[in-house]
Design a protein around this ligand. Structure first.
Ligand code: FAD
Length: 300
């Protein structure tokens, strides 16, 4: 890592060592990353990937860390966090071109102001555009794939490619980006014209529904498990009698059983213990295996 650090610093790239990832996840949980690198331009981002790949360093990119569980030992390698360089949105007719670091919530609000419909589902998803494309984030019966046009992706080979919807193989919380190492830098979405007021009303309805059903004042990462085919994970967890179950500082929400809250001092081990307990209990009672939707990273 020393060589990587000096190589990055020689080029004037911001790099910090031993950075607690708890400060970069919505769960507010996670040990340190060896390196945290924040590119100031797209060219810098390409340079960073090139340096990391050439040195055989392990790396990952993060957005707002709203779907991440980082282990207590932390991440051995480099975390690239996209920031202001890719924090923009451009509106052109019915198309929106957004930088990967742009907030999805902000994008939904901006689309409503521009009288563009299609992003109402995203009004309460606290991730970035890049994270949303990677995850095919969705809610209220819609998801990113419904409005996705294309994305610019930097592959670890250094190749920059424009990928279109059919190449991303979108499925439930899945895109083909999950099979390859690469960084989304920009995504374009195709929306439909509609009057701003009706879009705003739908956004508000979704917001109110979230406030009623989700433990939003607590640090969390949204739904912990994917919905298994034919089931709702939250219902299975509730029927298994697990609402309110605690491990250390982690608790299965009594408001939404698929949310695990950090009640203040939760560790990743606490959350992992609850995840295992839920999986065992749901499997033994209903014969259904729950698969985490949150992405678990870091040294075990
Ligand atoms: P991160 O959590 O930072 O990263 C997630 C994954 O995306 C990682 O593997 C990361 O490597 C990858 N990634 C991030 N940026 C890029 C990029 N630029 N290029 C390539 N890969 C990238 N999700 C839903 O789908 N629906 C919901 O309704 C929903 N509700 C939520 C409610 C709350 C309160 C919270 C906290 C979370 C919720 N989530 C929901 C989960 C989360 O917000 C989404 O999965 C979101 O898309 C993650 O975006 P992010 O930028 O935070 O990504």
């Amino acid at each position: 890592m020393k060589q990587v650090i000096s190589c990055l610093r020689e080029r004037g790239i911001d790099v910090a060592c031993n950075v607690p990832l708890a400060d970069h996840t919505t769960w507010k949980i996670g040990g340190p990353a060896d390196l945290l690198i924040t590119p100031n331009t797209k060219v810098e981002l390409m340079e960073i990937i090139n340096i990391l790949v050439n040195h055989g360093a392990f790396w990952m990119v993060i957005g707002k860390g709203s779907n991440l569980l980082v282990t207590d030992k932390g991440f051995r390698g480099a975390v690239i966090k996209l920031n202001q360089a890719l924090d923009y949105a451009r509106f052109e007719g019915n198309m929106i071109h957004a930088g990967a670091a742009y907030s999805l919530i902000k994008l939904a609000a901006m689309a409503s102001k521009h009288g563009l419909s299609g992003l109402e589902f995203a009004g309460g998803i606290p991730g970035t555009v890049g994270g949303a494309v990677y995850m095919n984030a969705g809610a209220s019966g819609s998801d990113i794939s419904r409005i996705f046009h294309s994305a610019e992706v930097i592959h670890e080979t250094g190749e920059v490619r424009m990928l279109y919807a059919d190449e991303l193989q979108f499925a439930y919380r899945h895109s083909s980006l999950q099979n390859h190492r690469g960084v989304v830098t920009e995504a374009s979405f195709q929306l439909a014209s509609q009057d701003s007021e009706s879009i705003r009303q739908l956004l508000n309805q979704h917001k109110e529904a979230r406030l009623k059903t989700q433990p939003l004042p607590f640090d969390c990462a949204g739904s912990v498990f994917r919905n298994p085919p034919g089931h709702y994970a939250a219902r299975l967890i509730e029927q298994a009698g697990l609402k309110g179950t605690r491990h250390g500082g982690a608790e299965v929400s009594t408001k939404h059983a698929n949310f695990i809250m950090n009640t203040g001092q939760a560790t990743a081990s606490d959350v992992l213990a609850l995840i295992s307990r839920i999986q065992e209990e749901v499997h033994s009672q209903f014969g259904v295996h729950l698969v985490p939707e949150v992405i678990i990273v870091g040294e075990q």
